[in-house]
Design a protein. Structure first.
Length: 303
């Protein structure tokens, strides 16, 4: 049975309470409330009804580059609620981008089963055709970003170069913060990660378990990453969940393969990089601006 083309099935604008809007303005900026729209969506991915979000500038007179944002966590733990979506995705939209994000199949009431880097990677790639339905989306310019598990999803999405319908080798840039690069390594060293893998992959027999772990660990097949997509890798030196050497070990591989990247290790940063939020946001904004050149980007200096 052939799979139906990915398409947006339902759209609903997020409307927050006055008190929530005040928190958005305080935490992310009034510009988000004034100049962006964020919507909850249900979209078709491999013939499954999957939940997600889109966010875009209010101004429809211009075309804006597109950014895919990949969440962390597993199942509904780590799912993005409407308040957080309005802030995170609205911020990106306020920088001059159209944003697409998936909750991944099986989560937030969506159909299917979260596979932690299996077929649910298609839920990331199937966001791409949705841009055809957004009036002010420039479908020729794409970036991809992920945090924690979302970093793993970003790396895996970047390796899918065999489908001409998806510009995986055509992403202008990528950003990964605290991203999982080596599952087997962390399952031995981090209590949090070991429990995460037991919950997600532990139902399989030992050999199949390790095979699945390796198939999700980009350090095992970095040669599949495109050579024309610069990657900004950010990691906190005190990350106890996804250990810092995940990003360091991957960096050695990227050097050997001549994959363009920048590694930033933030002193004392935890998994959530709470103490470095403004610094991280500025790095992210400049990286996207450097490679995507949104229309009339804010002039705050260059990299």
């Amino acid at each position: 049975m052939s799979k139906e083309k990915p398409t947006i099935l339902e759209r609903e604008e997020i409307i927050l309470t006055p008190s929530q809007n005040k928190m958005i303005a305080s935490g992310w900026g009034q510009d988000i409330l004034d100049n962006t729209v964020t919507e909850k969506i249900i979209y078709l991915s491999d013939s499954l009804r999957v939940k997600g979000y889109i966010s875009y500038p209010v101004d429809k007179s211009k075309k804006y580059p597109c950014v895919i944002w990949n969440r962390g966590g597993i199942g509904n733990k780590g799912a993005i609620d409407t308040f957080t979506a309005r802030g995170i995705f609205g911020q990106l939209a306020s920088w001059g981008y159209v944003v697409f994000a998936s909750q991944y199949r099986g989560n937030d009431g969506g159909e299917g089963q979260d596979e932690f880097g299996g077929d649910d990677v298609n839920d990331v790639l199937n966001l791409i055709p949705l841009a055809d339905e957004i009036e002010n989306a420039d479908t020729t310019k794409w970036a991809i970003e992920g945090w924690s598990r979302g970093g793993m999803m970003t790396y895996l999405a970047l390796t899918r170069n065999d489908n001409p319908a998806y510009p995986t080798g055509g992403f202008k840039c990528a950003i990964v913060s605290g991203g999982i690069a080596n599952i087997r390594c962390n399952s031995d060293e981090s209590t949090f990660m070991r429990r995460l893998y037991e919950v997600t992959l532990g139902k399989y027999k030992e050999k199949e378990f390790y095979d699945r772990c390796e198939s999700r660990s980009i350090v095992k097949f970095p040669e599949k990453l495109p050579k024309n997509t610069p990657i900004l890798i950010i990691h906190g030196t005190e990350d106890k969940r996804v250990l810092p050497h995940d990003s360091i070990d991957l960096s050695y591989k990227l050097l050997e393969l001549k994959v363009p990247f920048r590694l930033v290790m933030l002193e004392g940063g935890d998994h959530f990089l709470k103490k470095h939020r403004k610094e991280v946001d500025e790095m992210r904004r400049k990286w996207l601006e450097k490679y995507l050149a949104p229309p009339n980007p804010p002039q705050r200096g260059r990299l």
